[in-house]
Each structure stands twice: as C-alpha cells, then as structure tokens.
Design a protein around this ligand. Structure first.
Ligand SMILES: Cc1cc2nc3c(=O)[nH]c(=O)nc-3n(C[C@H](O)[C@H](O)[C@H](O)COP(=O)(O)O)c2cc1C
Length: 209
C-alpha cells in the first residue's frame, strides 16, 4: 500500500515537471509585440521536415490563413529554407545566376518590417507597418545593379519554391504573388535606388475549414 502511495506521488511530481517544461516551451515561442529593435533568430533546425517526395506531393497555393501568429523559431526555419546560408563560403539554399546573390528577403511580421540578415541569422528592424495583415509576408527584392531583371525573376522563383516546399513540409499555407503594390512596399522597406520589389510570398497557418 505504502509503495503504491509513493509511486502515485512520484507520477504526480513527474507530471508537474513535464507540464512546467511544456508551458515554458510554449511561453518561449509566444509572439510578443514588435519592439523597435533587431531580432536575433533562434538557430534554424536543419534536420526536421518530411521526405522530399511527400513535400512535393503536398505543395500547393493556399491564399487564406488563420489568425495564428508565427513564432520566431518557425520564422527562423522558414527564412533559412528560403534563402539561408548552407555552406561555409556563404552560398545559399537557393541558387543565383553567377552566384550574384542579388535577392534580399524582407519580412513583414508582427506589424513591423525587417531585412533578413542571413549571415547573422538576424532580422534587422526597419519600421512599424500596417501594410500587411497576413502572419508573414516575405518580400523578394532584387538589386538590379548586381543582376538583370530577367535573372532576378528566375532567382526569386527558386526562393519561392524553397518556401513552397518548406510550407508543404510544415503544414503551413503560402501564396507567391506577382500582383503586388511595388511602390508602396518599397516605401515601407526604405530601399536604395537600385533595389526593386519583385514578388511577395505570404505565409501562415491554414485557415480552419
Ligand atoms: C510567378 C507567379 C506569380 C504569381 N502571382 C500570383 C498573384 O499575384 N496572386 C495570387 O493569388 N497567386 C499568384 N500566383 C500563384 C498561382 O496562381 C498558383 O501557383 C497557380 O494557381 C497554381 O496553383 P498551385 O500553386 O496550387 O499549383 C503566382 C504564381 C507564380 C509562379
């Protein structure tokens, strides 16, 4: 009888510790309102995801999202998949013609605009913005002094497909868009004169049907 009581107490203690750990993990992933500061992203998880053939089978465009926000952890994985650095010489998950790396990924998340600094795995704060209501808007910006517009379009497409496959693999919804408010977006991102907004890609959690 005594043994059963001790065992019961032990099970309750382990349960309390485990629920504390899970509450802590959830708290860490909670999205706080944006402050006017740069964000150091968590290290991307390069081991997760589903088999490639399954992700290809799941790839699709979804234009509606639930209101669930995206955590910094998921954002870090998404951005690394999109155009992160995957080799010591600084080359990326997406190819570019003659390795010009002319596409920068800007991020509108949590009512603020950022530039994704892939080298430092950081989001550089630009400004607060209301331009998008989707959980994450990626903005593909080309530097047309580094690369022709035609090749910049091609190079953006590779990033877009990386994002499509990442989303398929992580049960996220996404749409790649050419029909975008280029001038308005450029103003929100403080671009230099050689930079041009080429495409956007919206990402979020699936809308419950
Ligand atoms: C270059 C390009 C531009 C696109 N532009 C838009 C767009 O402006 N708005 C939109 O809702 N979808 C856009 N899409 C998404 C396509 O409509 C979508 O990929 C197509 O309907 C096929 O659906 P699927 O991606 O599920 O196969 C674009 C896709 C590509 C590749």
């Amino acid at each position: 009888m005594k043994k059963i009581v001790v065992l019961g107490v032990l099970i309750m203690m382990v349960g309390a510790v485990l629920s504390g750990v899970s509450a802590f993990a959830k708290e860490k992933d909670k999205v706080q309102p944006s402050k006017e500061v740069d964000i150091v992203l968590p290290n991307p998880d390069k081991n997760g995801g589903m088999p490639l053939m399954k992700a290809l089978n799941n790839r699709r465009t979804e234009r509606e999202f639930s209101t669930q926000q995206m955590s910094k952890r998921m954002l870090s994985n998404l951005l690394w998949a999109a155009n992160g650095i995957n080799r010591e010489d600084g080359r990326r998950t997406a190819p570019t013609a003659r390795n010009k790396q002319e596409i920068e990924v800007y991020v509108i998340w949590n009512k603020a605009a950022y530039w994704y600094d892939a080298r430092k795995n950081k989001l550089d704060y630009i400004k607060a913005t209301d331009i998008s209501s989707v959980p994450v808007m990626l903005v593909y910006v080309g530097d047309l002094l580094k690369q022709s517009k035609e090749l910049s379009f091609v190079d953006s497409g590779f990033i877009g497909q990386n994002v499509y496959l990442f989303c398929a693999s992580n049960n996220l919804s996404t749409v790649f868009k050419a029909n975008v408010e280029r001038e308005k977006l450029a103003g929100e991102l403080d671009l230099i004169s050689s930079q041009e907004v080429l495409f956007t890609q919206e990402v979020g959690y699936p809308k419950k049907k």
